[in-house]
Design a protein around this ligand. Structure first.
Ligand SMILES: [Zn+2]
Length: 473
């Protein structure tokens, strides 16, 4: 009896205690960390202007993926996050925009005033949508808190005042002064290294934005683990090396998450997340940022190549125009090509291809013309050597015939056909190689490339090139 009586009394006490706890809960639970806008002597409009200039440079130097479904997906995540920015940090002048960069590194970066870039590699590496949203929320926080201009405010020196903000921030954000030679983005690293306190701020505000938008802020912390695991202990991925660990970052974010109201049903693995990941996984392997930088620098000056022309392969390539234009470099070569093919004049190679037919793995439609240096006195022998080189660098190709005689550039030359399944189009490709001996013992070659089922529509254009081409020397 006693025991029961006691128990009853305890029960009612507990009920009382619970009512008390529940009604005072908001006062007891510690509030989320307060984020203060850092001091900034620049106008909001300065962020917008500088970011816009930098975005134009990024568009020239980075291969944007331009894939509808992937772009829409990242847009949707971005808009959801932007809508969750606390009102005191919302800037009506800012234009948040999201692009996917076709690079395989796990990375993302943002420019002042709103432009933001998410690497394809980051979307592929994420274990759920929350991890993508986490990195994006962190970058959005750098923008919203105006960290780029705030950082410049801290380091004001006379030189900066003379140069003006455009030049300073062009340098600070992207490593290249406005109007300076392009390519410096890569030379100095393409985004600002912020101070530790700014990184912490971006983690805290990023967590708050995530919670408000229906994500679990712990996924931002988890993304750091994902990045570490995927980097396999080698050189750390850019996102971490440019985001030095401010104390115990992982623990700090999780602690902040404990202070936040996180819905029990946070966004994790959605059907769209799966679809976009599958889609990206099926695309040809992307280059790393380092490769893009190297190719870009290689592409500076007179050297041009379809592999770093920023092209994107398309399944619908326009047929060769019946109208032709004359291409000449002024002295050594002259030929006529369809007027809807653009040219890439590299050192020793000239490539013509329509839009959608060139990209980081070469061309799928068009012609490559060049001189093969050979010390063989025999043109047929030199042609065989040249074709062996093609077969080695394009292992999917096989010889379909022996060399036959052909008239090339008004000389007695050779022709041979190679075919194989193109790793770019997934379709059978025909490469007709034409060669002609030059006076100095080297060899003129013309590689005519087209998918097999379209090749009859390209043959007139190829024939016209072979017949019209004239070389001096
Ligand atoms: Zn950061």
């Amino acid at each position: 009896m006693r025991i029961i009586k006691n128990h009853n009394r305890n029960k009612s006490l507990m009920a009382l205690a619970m009512i008390w706890t529940m009604s005072f809960l908001p006062l007891i639970v510690p509030a989320q960390t307060r984020v203060n806008m850092p001091k900034n002597k620049y106008k909001v409009q300065d962020d917008v202007r500088v970011g816009r200039e930098a975005a134009a440079q990024v568009a020239r130097q980075f291969p944007l993926l331009n894939d509808g479904p992937a772009d829409q997906y990242i847009d949707r995540i971005g808009s959801r996050l932007v809508a969750a920015i606390p009102s005191q940090f919302q800037q009506p002048a800012f234009d948040y925009r999201f692009e996917v960069v076709n690079a395989r590194d796990i990375n993302a970066f943002a420019l002042p005033g709103g432009p933001m870039y998410v690497n394809r590699g980051m979307i592929e590496a994420a274990r759920n949508e929350g991890e993508i949203a986490g990195v994006m929320a962190h970058e959005i926080s750098h923008i919203a808190l105006r960290h780029a201009t705030a950082q410049q405010t801290k380091v004001s020196n006379p030189l900066n005042q003379i140069l003006g903000i455009g030049a300073i921030l062009g340098g600070a954000v992207l490593g290249g002064q406005t109007g300076a030679q392009l390519g410096q983005i890569f030379a100095q690293g393409y985004f600002t290294r912020y101070s530790r306190d700014y990184e912490t701020q971006a983690d805290v505000l990023g967590s708050q934005i995530m919670a408000e938008a229906g994500y679990d802020p712990r996924d931002l912390a988890n993304m750091f683990r994902t990045i570490e695991q995927q980097s396999g202990g080698g050189r750390g991925p850019e996102f971490l090396s440019s985001h030095p660990n401010p104390g115990n970052r992982y623990e700090n974010i999780n602690r902040e998450a404990d202070l936040l109201r996180v819905t029990s049903n946070t966004i994790k693995i959605t059907p769209e997340f799966r679809r976009v990941q599958e889609r990206l996984n099926s695309l040809p392997r992307a280059r790393s940022m380092a490769e893009i930088a190297r190719d870009y620098r290689g592409g500076q000056g007179q050297e041009q190549s379809p592999t770093y022309g920023g092209g994107r392969y398309s399944s619908r390539v326009a047929l060769p125009s019946a109208r032709t234009r004359v291409y000449t470099d002024g002295s050594s070569i002259r030929l006529s090509v369809p007027d809807n093919w653009r040219e890439f004049a590299g050192q020793g190679t000239l490539t013509f291809a329509p839009e959608g037919a060139y990209g980081d793995q070469g061309i799928t439609h068009g012609a490559m013309i060049g001189i093969h240096r050979s010390n063989s006195g025999n043109a047929l022998q030199a042609s065989e050597n040249y074709v062996n080189g093609i077969l080695q660098s394009n292992p999917y190709l096989r010889q379909q015939s022996r060399f036959s005689n052909a008239s090339v550039a008004g000389r007695q030359g050779y022709a041979i056909v190679l075919t194989g399944r193109s790793p770019v189009t997934g379709r059978n490709e025909v490469v007709a190689v034409f060669t002609a001996p030059m006076q100095n013992g080297s060899l003129l070659y013309i590689n005519a490339v087209a998918p097999e089922e379209e090749s009859y529509r390209y043959n007139p254009a190829f024939r016209n090139i072979i017949n019209s081409i004239r070389i001096n020397g």
